[in-house]
Design a protein around this ligand. Structure first.
Ligand SMILES: NC(=O)c1ccc[n+]([C@@H]2O[C@H](COP(=O)([O-])OP(=O)(O)OC[C@H]3O[C@@H](n4cnc5c(N)ncnc54)[C@H](OP(=O)(O)O)[C@@H]3O)[C@@H](O)[C@H]2O)c1
Length: 341
């Protein structure tokens, strides 16, 4: 990339099932010029998140799909490199919805300034940002773990799951994490201090989960769906709560499976155990709970009660492969593209 050029990544084709590298296209473009009221941003760190898979499909959802040829959606940590906006100065570091770009214009009032003295700026994309707030809001509003209860979460080494378990522990509950592979499980148990971590790729997964939840499950924070939900369902206690945050096992589509219709059995459990199963999108809770989240999780990071892990790849051109990897569990921690500076 020359100094005079910007780059971005567009959606080149809609995936059928698992995304392919050919579904993305890296393009050179001119660095835009800010007008009155706008700032020019240079992206330092681009967040890669599971929700982006949904934006690649032309399907009605809670957010609009990316149009074919459109720049992929995404949130970034960016530096203001030129400002014609009274609220921002050159050198300010902000959170911004830039998409997968090296440079972007913004005039949005919802840029959030980041102070590197408070926490590393990349935390604004993970534990102190949208994924962290998803964990916090889903537990605070729906899960409501009580002391002594058992909270289970899958994708437990990622930015959502890792905070779910740690907040559950801080609330006095037991935390059981589900993760893919021994390395992630060791991290969840030893570093994040969950009470147990179970590998969903283990042939004895369901039996090991049962053994780790001898008093049943009071809160299941759903990030994954599919086979993991099936293993959890029989263990749910009467009045258990299941905040449904994500269903990543289904984002690339579901195969034919074994042909069994599991909905009737699921609904029987919902009824007979008085379960609360509630889906949510994190921003539903923002107006009421975001300030408390920033304060409480920020304090927890500052004094070491809350830990987090980030997984960096270098260069915008690596974003498609890294993103495809999230949908296969190849990331280990909050996945972030470190841009060329
Ligand atoms: N509702 C909301 O507002 C909201 C906001 C943010 C995120 N979310 C959802 O929260 C979930 C976690 O997001 P995150 O950002 O924390 O992601 P993440 O944990 O960093 O990455 C996703 C993880 O999911 C697991 N996974 C991927 N494919 C899987 C499959 N087919 N079967 C089982 N596990 C699979 C992998 O972990 P393992 O290797 O450990 O299995 C992978 O590392 C996602 O479902 C996401 O869509 C929801």
């Amino acid at each position: 990339m020359t100094e005079a050029q910007a780059r971005h990544i567009v959606l080149a084709a809609r995936p059928h099932g698992k995304p392919q590298l050919t579904d993305f296209r890296l393009e050179d473009t001119a660095i835009p010029t800010p007008r009155a009221g706008q700032v020019l941003l240079r992206v330092q760190y681009l967040s890669l998140d599971p929700y982006m898979r949904g934006r690649m499909d032309d399907r009605q959802s809670y957010a609009k799909p990316v149009p074919l040829g459109g720049v992929m959606d995404g949130e970034s940590v960016a530096t203001v490199i030129a400002s014609h906006h009274p609220g921002y100065a050159e050198g300010d570091i902000v959170l911004a919805q830039t998409g997968w770009r090296t440079h972007a214009l913004s005039e949005r009032a919802d840029l959030r300034k980041l102070d590197p003295a408070v926490a590393p700026v990349t935390t604004g994309l993970g534990v102190l940002g949208m994924p962290g707030f998803t964990a916090d809001g889903g537990l605070r509003v729906i899960g409501k773990p009580a002391p002594g209860e058992t909270v289970v979460v899958a994708a437990a080494s990622g930015p959502v799951g890792s905070l779910v378990g740690q907040l559950a522990k801080l609330a006095g509950a037991r935390a059981v994490g589900i993760a893919g592979g021994p390395e992630k499980c060791a991290y969840v148990q030893d570093e994040l201090r969950f009470d147990a971590a179970i590998d969903h790729r283990d042939a004895a997964f369901a039996a090991k989960l049962t053994a780790a939840c001898l008093d049943g499950i009071d809160v299941y924070f759903e990030n994954v769906g599919g086979a993991i939900w099936q293993a959890v369902l029989p263990l749910l206690n009467t009045f258990a709560r299941a905040p449904v945050s994500g269903l990543i096992a289904q984002y690339n589509g579901v195969g034919k499976g074994d042909g069994t219709d599991r909905l009737p059995a699921t609904m029987r459990e919902v009824l007979s155990k008085s379960l609360t199963v509630r889906g949510f999108i994190n921003n539903e809770f923002a107006a009421e709970h975001y300030p408390a989240f920033l304060r409480e999780v920020g304090d927890g990071i500052a004094d070491g009660r809350i830990r987090y892990r980030e997984d960096f790849v270098d260069g915008l051109e690596q974003a498609p492969a890294a993103f495809i990897g999230v949908l296969e569990g190849r990331n280990f921690g909050k996945l972030i593209v470190r841009m060329d500076t």
